[in-house]
Design a binder for this molecule. Structure first.
Ligand code: DAH
Length: 343
């Protein structure tokens, strides 16, 4: 061993270290040169066999070798943690399994969207297609064509956001019924999810902006039995196989007869619990047979067509289904709530 051979070995070692492509390769070079059985300790041990006259110079060269190697090693290790794995000659990135991973919060669909998708999915199995209408509606579509009298309280400034004396923010998805029938002859089978607006003060069960889904089925032989059967199918698919449906007489201007429908409580199986306020039933929404005046308004012959319609509040269903007790939680986008609904 002499000074020249140590210098040559140093050059090879530095070149190998510089070429090491990732943390694992750097570590392998380190072990080869600085490890217990590495080259640098071996050179140190071998120093005693060098002629005494040469020994100090060779010793200095080995020390310099160790220092430059250690310095470059520190540089490479620090750089490695901060940079991406380098591209190989082929241009592909090397996968460095020693780097710490990055954890990402998985995304989840919002409960309101989930219920809309579920409702659309279930009714599409019954042959319904999705229809759409504008959020800014005319008084005619939102009220008049739906047989809602001019003095009906829902038209009141307290209930409706009026934009001027003709346009308003729709208070319900029912005007989509009118828009669909205006442009399409029977048979009609549509489901229409969308935003609705009412001048309600916000509290645990009210929001000025909420969602409904409207359903409309018109043909020459549609009956109340179809309505009940379809709603019952929907209830079982949405809430669980044991859920029953009950109709209670009600009034809506655009249906006759009209009903409100309830689902038996899926939580207690109708026995009575906090969710159903011990009644065994949960009120869902309204439905009925399309009023002959609604058919007349869209140019259908009320003597030859029959139809049923229903509407439902999406937030209400989301709250019942996911056990959310305050509607405001649905709009705060607090990840602590949304996280619980992953899956
Ligand atoms: N539009 C009604 C509401 O907002 C809900 C409704 C009731 C829709 C009966 C219907 C229906 O289509 O037939 O309260």
């Amino acid at each position: 061993m002499d000074v020249g051979s140590v210098t040559k070995k140093r050059d090879i070692a530095l070149a190998e270290l510089a070429a090491a492509e990732n943390t694992a390769a750097i570590e392998a070079v380190r072990v080869r040169y600085l490890g217990r059985n590495g080259l640098i300790p071996a050179l140190m041990k071998d120093l005693k066999n060098v002629a005494p006259a040469e020994r100090p110079a060779v010793g200095r060269e080995i020390n310099a070798f160790k220092k430059t190697f250690t310095d470059l090693l520190a540089e490479r290790t620090a750089g490695q943690a901060a940079t991406r794995p380098p591209a190989t000659a082929s241009g592909r990135l090397m996968f460095d399994s020693s780097l710490p991973g990055v954890w990402r919060q998985p995304g989840t669909r919002h409960p309101v969207n989930r219920v809309i998708e579920d409702v659309v999915d279930i009714f599409s199995n019954l042959g319904f297609t999705v229809a759409d209408g504008p959020d800014i509606e005319t008084e005619y579509h939102n009220f008049d064509a739906l047989n809602t009298p001019a003095d009906h309280p829902s038209r009141d400034i307290q209930d409706t956001f009026w934009l001027d004396d003709k346009y308003l923010l729709r208070t319900q998805t029912s005007p989509v019924q009118i828009r669909v029938m205006e442009r399409q002859k029977p048979p009609v089978r549509v489901i229409a999810p969308g935003r609705c607006y009412r001048r309600d003060a916000t509290d645990a069960t009210h929001s000025a902006n909420f969602h409904q889904v409207e359903g409309l089925y018109v043909d020459d032989n549609v009956s109340m039995a179809d309505l009940k059967g379809d709603i019952a199918y929907f209830a079982r698919r949405l809430m669980g196989p044991g859920v029953k449906v009950r109709f209670r007489p009600h009034f809506f201007p655009f249906t006759e007869p009209s009903v409100e429908y309830d689902f038996s409580c899926h939580r207690c199986n109708g026995k009575g619990c906090r969710l159903c306020k011990n009644s065994g039933w949960i009120e869902i929404s309204g439905a009925g047979m399309v009023h002959p005046r609604v058919f007349s308004a869209v140019g259908y012959d009320p003597d030859t067509v029959r139809g049923y319609a229903f509407g439902m509040g999406i937030e209400r269903i989301a709250m019942i289904k996911y056990g959310i007790e305050d509607i405001r939680l649905l709009y705060e986008n607090d990840v602590r709530l949304l996280e619980q609904l992953i899956g």
